[in-house]
Design a protein around this ligand. Structure first.
Ligand code: GCW
Length: 687
């Protein structure tokens, strides 16, 4: 374990409050364990680690209570001590993977029960109890029941077996090196602990772009290693999944086709599934990027996505596996001169006609926005568009377009907006979170997948503060009703300390950071304006004459894409009426998305009274000022966080300021040159 802290929010520093420490010690000195499953053992192991570190005592593990005070862990229906502590109503309220933490006081006893209907729930309960201790919460009389909101709480790793990570900003893969699985299982185990502690229950271990070696992950060359990885994750309640190459029957199966309706192909996948499950009995299933950005897929054989997905789903079904099929399908060879094609429409156009044709163990995975993880996008109209299909929401924790973990950008507020967005698919209140949960259309499966932001850097995420996005992601998919503030505060307390100044300062920095980043990058939802390929840094026309369908269409008079039904690409027509009307009308379109939906002259007056051009200048000057404030805030807590972390974050914030200036100047200069209109406040714009 390195000094920087492989444990991050599981750091379990010594508690500051002596009085509370004594109260906790009373319960924590004795752990009464019921049951012996790997997850229960794991839960007890975690309790020991947490208690030893935070309270400086080694708990005794017993199977019957000896002392009047203790913590008892175990599933319901195993032992009268636990069963008696749980009331009838409480029992009804605890669901799969949920837990109850309860303080029981009798005449001669005072103890804490952590229980669930399955052992995974107990493990989650233990992590929550430890979290409460670390945050120095009063747990006298505690009675807390929690159940996960989403069934699937997944991470997608874009790791390649050569050790590189597509869009990874925190070093190399913690799973692979030189086309082999890593020997550093201790690090993988630390990672599994982190994920288990926030309720993640599935992990795709390789990139959706499946290259040569990764195609062979499903062969006996790599399955024994994958099995070992699966064992580590299993202990924390996490199933592993593979991204697969749709052309595998050709690439590694010796067949001359991958046609999903071909009998040989079907059989090949069925046999393959059997082989995988013989190694990994709780294998989760396949994630598939097909007919997208040059990846192979069913189109080659004149078949559709449902043909492709259902064929794989049939192979996995006998074993309880699922196929997660991505909707990131669009024409990536668009001509910029073509004004009719609109990339934003592509996912809906491709998948809406297939609604109802997918088997019940297929889940369509939809990116939050219709384009690609920009700092600001509307919610994809496929949410609420699909009514007879399981859906997963895909968000990007790794900061490809949001500062690449060099800039601070806490993404929880963005994801909350997505989850709370009202699609009106079944009238008012049909939010994305309800749809994805499966409760609107009675879907069998559903949940959220986050593209992981983790690598082999000592601090896991490159920028230490970017850990908050991973932590927050897990917390949000456990309970999307938590506020961004609550999540930020938890993360700071667990990672740094309970010191009020630290908690307030760092939380405030996190909470402001997304808008700060947005303000000095591309304006009002138009997106892109980044350097092609690596996507870091400003380049307004970087993609403007390219083939990826990502245009801002700026000329000397106006900027933006008209996506209305009335006069534009018709994209707004993919939403339900209430949403469509809101976006269609320039007066009701939310300002932050104005250029996504409308083409607007620079002299157009916004609601704030500023012209569009002045708004661009103002936000870009202001963004830099705000970035400078972030650094000052951080400096105000010097001495209150570990020095190496302090210096590291400071260094990144300084880089952010310099880089924000570059964004400001490139963007402002571009629009000054286009329009010839100066800044009303006379600030320096380069010409
Ligand atoms: O935005 C693009 C990324 C690619 C990524 C792709 C996808 C994994 O730039 O790196 O490929 O999205 O989501 O498939």
């Amino acid at each position: 374990r390195k000094d920087n802290g492989y444990y991050c929010w599981l750091e379990y520093g010594k508690l500051e409050d002596v009085e509370l420490k004594n109260i906790y010690r009373k319960w924590c000195a004795n752990i009464v364990k019921f049951g012996d499953t790997p997850l229960i053992k794991c839960a007890v192991k975690e309790l020991i680690i947490g208690i030893e570190n935070m309270l400086g005592i080694s708990p005794e593990i017993v199977s019957i209570p000896i002392e009047p005070s203790f913590i008892t862990v175990g599933t319901l229906g195993q032992n009268p001590i636990i069963d008696k502590a749980v009331g009838e109503n409480e029992r009804k309220d605890i669901m799969e993977d949920g837990f109850l933490i309860k303080n029981i006081k009798t005449e001669d006893k005072d103890y804490i029960v952590v229980t669930g209907i399955n052992d995974k729930g107990v493990l989650y309960g233990v992590f929550v109890l430890l979290r409460l201790l670390r945050m120095q919460k009063d747990i006298r009389d505690i009675r807390k029941i929690e159940n996960p909101y989403f069934q699937m709480r997944m991470l997608n790793h874009w790791d390649n077996m050569d050790g590189s990570i597509e869009r990874g900003y925190a070093g190399n893969s913690i799973f692979y090196k030189d086309n082999k699985f890593t020997d550093d299982t201790a690090r993988v185990r630390d990672y599994a602990r982190l994920l288990g502690s926030i309720g993640i229950n599935g992990i795709v271990i390789n990139n959706v772009n499946v290259h040569k070696y990764e195609t062979r992950l499903i062969t006996k060359e790599y399955l024994p290693d994958a099995k070992k990885l699966a064992e580590i994750f299993r202990e924390y309640g996490i199933r592993i999944y593979f991204s697969i190459n749709f052309a595998s029957p050709i690439e590694i199966g010796g067949l001359d086709t991958a046609d999903p309706l071909d009998e040989k192909v079907k059989k090949w996948w069925c046999d393959k599934a059997g082989e995988i499950y013989s190694y990994i009995p709780d294998f989760g299933g396949f994630l598939v990027k097909a007919d997208s950005e040059f990846r192979p897929g069913p189109f080659t054989y004149n078949r559709n996505h449902a043909d492709g997905a259902n064929m794989l789903a049939a192979a996995l079904k006998p074993f309880g596996g699922v196929v997660i099929w991505r909707c990131f399908v669009y024409n990536c060879m668009q001509d910029w001169r073509d004004y009719k094609t609109d990339r934003a429409k592509a996912a809906y156009d491709n998948f809406k006609p297939l609604d109802g044709m997918f088997d019940d163990n297929v889940i369509l995975q939809i990116k939050n926005g219709p384009m690609d993880f920009q700092v600001r996008e509307p919610v994809s109209p496929l949410f609420g568009g699909l009514k007879k299909t399981n859906v997963n929401l895909e968000v990007q924790i790794t900061q490809e377009y949001t500062g690449q973990q060099k800039h601070l950008c806490y993404l929880i507020p963005m994801w909350k907006e997505v989850l709370d967005f009202d699609t009106y698919a079944r009238g008012k209140g049909t939010t994305v979170k309800k749809i994805v949960r499966g409760s609107v259309f009675n879907n069998k499966y559903g949940g959220v997948a986050g593209v992981a932001n983790v690598g082999d850097d000592d601090n896991w995420t490159g920028l230490q503060l970017a850990q908050s996005n991973l932590y927050g992601y897990g917390r949000l998919v456990w309970n999307p009703d938590l506020t961004s503030e609550e999540i930020a505060e938890e993360w700071v307390r667990l990672t740094f300390s309970n010191d009020k100044e630290v908690v307030d300062t760092v939380s405030d920095m996190l909470l402001k950071s997304w808008h700060i980043y947005e303000s000095y990058t591309s304006p009002l939802g138009i997106g892109w304006m980044v350097n092609p390929h690596h996507h870091y840094g400003p380049n307004v026309d970087g993609y403007e004459y390219d083939k990826w369908g990502t245009y801002h269409r700026a000329d000397y008079k106006a900027i933006g894409v008209d996506r209305t039904v009335k006069s534009g690409t018709g994209y707004t027509g993919q939403y339900h009426k209430e949403v469509r009307d809101m976006y269609e009308n320039i007066d009701t379109c939310p300002q932050e998305l104005l250029l996504f939906f409308h083409r607007i002259p620079y002299t157009y007056k916004l609601k704030s009274g500023e012209t569009l051009i002045q708004y661009i200048y103002n936000t870009h000057f202001d963004g830099v000022e705000q970035a400078i404030k972030l650094k000052e805030q951080w400096q105000s807590i010097k001495g209150k966080v570990k020095n190496e972390i302090y210096e590291h974050v400071l260094h990144r914030l300084e880089g952010q300021i310099e880089h924000a200036k570059e964004w400001r100047d490139v963007i402002n200069t571009y629009f000054y040159r286009k329009t010839g209109i100066g800044d009303e406040l006379g600030r320096k714009i380069y010409d």
